[in-house]
Design a protein around this ligand. Structure first.
Ligand code: HEM
Length: 417
């Protein structure tokens, strides 16, 4: 592959700004899938790593969790960030930083809580109420709003806060904190020029908030997720502080921006394809599949890293023990070997659910059922009431290599009350 394409590869995986122009991003990713699907990326600020862009290869890595570990560095970080983490020790240790038996033990603490039966029974009514509340809010906003900022940001946040048991009065504080943690690459969301410091401050704030919550749930356990975490045990002992707080943080952060982004990006794509809005209005049974296509399309979690535990040959490339591999879900979900016309948004796509947006294998997204419930419930509320909708200006995407999607979707619409 010519060297300019290799440097394009370095840019699309390491430069947050590359994610603000997704059309250009996907053009480079498509070329990589064709010409160098397991591509060695070298860039001054990062340890060299392999960028894995094909669906089959991401699958092959994810399904062999004994050979490819998440480790503490499961998200791409600069040399400087890695050095800082090594010298200070990790601020958090969440499920996505664990491997093997440790991961199985900690995942087991909440696994049952996230099962469809529990969620449906305990939270579907609340989620339906919130979906109605946010579609009503669109009516209150008078027929024009920024869907990303005014609606999509808040609805999943309120769902996740209800699930954790955080009162409504603290939700704005939590919104600010999750954005400082997850949107740390984007100047609109980061806490200032020193994003590491902003992220650290956000973690400290989380810890003090949830320390109080843990004490409360140990004294008065209920049916919420915070009670399950606060009273969870591993090897017969309560979780240590680091693990308890890490659990809250992963749920509060992983459960928010991901779903907001899919909601905003999904609506944007419907607006760009008005025939598909009509189709869904005439055939509401298609909404579940439409949501799957939105998740494939948006793929809000752009990547995760894995580290080879032994030498391995992947698509003819010699991966050495210790090498890092960036699994690009965003690219895998546009893989033409799996998805026909992958650059077309199609709510009828027969195999939309073959996407890898939730990962696969032992780390498969714990909140996938919840995310699907939220998205399906929202569109089931919105679409029957929607008379018309259009974009009133350009949409904007956040600059983030890890989790990102639209941050501005200016819309004008007519909705039935
Ligand atoms: C559309 C929305 C979402 C997307 C696209 C998404 C995506 C992902 C991905 C790609 C992973 C890593 C999978 C892997 O390594 O194989 C993951 C893990 C995880 N997600 Fe989600 N997620 C979403 C929503 C949620 C929600 C709503 C929650 C919780 C309330 C959640 C909680 C988690 C947790 C706890 C993990 C770690 C699981 C583990 O390592 O065992 N996610 N998610």
């Amino acid at each position: 592959m010519p060297s300019d394409a290799k440097s394009d590869a370095a840019v699309i995986f390491t430069n947050p700004d590359a994610y603000t122009d997704l059309q250009a991003w996907h053009a480079v990713a498509a070329r990589l899938r064709r010409e160098d699907p397991v591509c060695r990326v070298e860039s001054a600020r990062f340890e060299p790593f392999w960028a894995v862009t094909r669906h089959a290869d991401v699958n092959e890595i994810e399904r062999q969790s004994d050979k490819f570990h998440n480790t503490i560095a499961s998200v791409l970080q600069t040399r400087e960030q890695v050095a800082q983490m090594r010298s200070l020790g990790p601020m958090l240790k969440t499920l996505i930083n664990m491997d093997g038996q440790e991961h199985r033990n900690y995942r087991a603490v909440t696994n049952d809580w996230f099962k469809p039966n529990n969620l449906k029974r305990t939270f579907q009514p609340r989620i339906s109420d919130l979906a109605r509340k946010y579609v009503d809010r669109m009516v209150e906003l008078g027929g024009e709003c920024d869907f990303a900022m005014d609606v999509a940001r808040y609805y999943p946040l309120q769902v996740i806060m209800s699930i954790l048991g955080v009162p409504e009065s603290d939700e704005l504080k939590m919104l600010d904190l999750t954005q400082k943690l997850f949107g740390a690459d984007d100047p609109d969301f980061a806490g200032g020029p020193d994003r590491q410091a902003a992220a650290l401050a956000a973690v400290m704030d989380f810890i003090s908030y949830f320390r109080e919550m843990t004490a409360n749930r140990r004294a008065h356990p209920g049916g919420d997720l915070a009670s399950t975490i606060a009273n969870g045990t591993v090897d017969g002992k309560p979780l240590e502080d680091l693990h308890t707080f890490s659990y809250y943080v992963i749920v509060a952060t992983a459960g928010h921006d991901t779903t907001s982004s899919t909601l905003a990006g999904g609506l944007e794509e419907l607006i760009r394809n008005p025939d598909q809005i009509k189709l869904l209005q005439q055939n509401p049974d298609l909404i579940d599949n439409a949501v799957e296509e939105m998740i494939r399309w948006v793929t809000p979690v752009r990547h995760f890293m894995r580290f080879a535990q032994e030498n391995y040959v992947l698509r003819g490339k010699n991966i050495k023990a210790g090498d890092g591999l960036l699994m690009s879900y965003l690219s895998a979900n546009r893989d033409e070997e799996v998805f026909e016309q992958p650059l077309r948004f199609d709510v009828r796509r027969a195999n939309a659910e073959d996407h890898l947006a939730f990962g696969v294998g032992v780390h498969f997204c714990l909140g996938a059922t919840l995310a699907r419930m939220e998205l399906r419930t929202f569109f089931r509320e919105l679409l029957p009431r929607l008379e018309s909708i259009e974009l009133t200006g350009p949409t904007q995407y956040s600059a983030a290599t890890f989790v990102g999607a639209p941050k501005r979707i200016p819309v004008r619409y007519k909705l039935r009350k």
